[in-house]
Design a protein. Structure first.
Length: 47
Protein backbone atom coordinates (compact mmCIF):
# COMPACT_ATOMS: atom_id res chain seq x y z
CA UNK A 1 0.00 0.00 0.00
CA UNK A 2 1.43 3.39 -0.89
CA UNK A 3 1.66 6.18 1.66
CA UNK A 4 -1.33 8.50 1.99
CA UNK A 5 -0.58 12.03 3.22
CA UNK A 6 -4.27 12.84 3.75
CA UNK A 7 -4.64 10.14 6.42
CA UNK A 8 -0.98 10.15 7.59
CA UNK A 9 -0.76 6.46 6.65
CA UNK A 10 2.80 5.30 5.94
CA UNK A 11 3.66 2.97 3.08
CA UNK A 12 3.12 -0.61 4.22
CA UNK A 13 2.45 -4.18 3.21
CA UNK A 14 -0.97 -5.46 4.23
CA UNK A 15 -1.67 -9.18 4.60
CA UNK A 16 -4.94 -10.82 5.52
CA UNK A 17 -5.21 -14.33 6.96
CA UNK A 18 -8.86 -15.13 7.67
CA UNK A 19 -9.90 -12.36 10.08
CA UNK A 20 -6.36 -11.41 11.08
CA UNK A 21 -4.87 -8.36 9.34
CA UNK A 22 -1.12 -7.69 9.41
CA UNK A 23 0.35 -4.37 8.37
CA UNK A 24 4.11 -4.38 7.96
CA UNK A 25 5.89 -1.02 7.79
CA UNK A 26 9.50 -0.05 7.20
CA UNK A 27 11.64 0.88 10.22
CA UNK A 28 10.99 4.62 10.03
CA UNK A 29 7.24 4.14 9.67
CA UNK A 30 7.17 1.64 12.51
CA UNK A 31 9.03 4.09 14.74
CA UNK A 32 6.62 6.91 13.86
CA UNK A 33 3.63 4.71 14.71
CA UNK A 34 5.22 3.57 17.98
CA UNK A 35 5.99 7.19 18.94
CA UNK A 36 2.36 8.16 18.25
CA UNK A 37 1.00 5.28 20.37
CA UNK A 38 3.39 6.20 23.19
CA UNK A 39 2.27 9.84 23.07
CA UNK A 40 -1.39 8.80 23.16
CA UNK A 41 -0.76 6.47 26.10
CA UNK A 42 1.08 9.24 27.96
CA UNK A 43 -1.72 11.71 27.29
CA UNK A 44 -4.46 9.30 28.41
CA UNK A 45 -2.61 8.31 31.58
CA UNK A 46 -2.02 11.94 32.52
CA UNK A 47 1.75 11.64 32.25
Amino acid sequence: MPADRATHTPAHLRLRVNQLHWQICDRDSWRALADAWFAIQQHLSGG
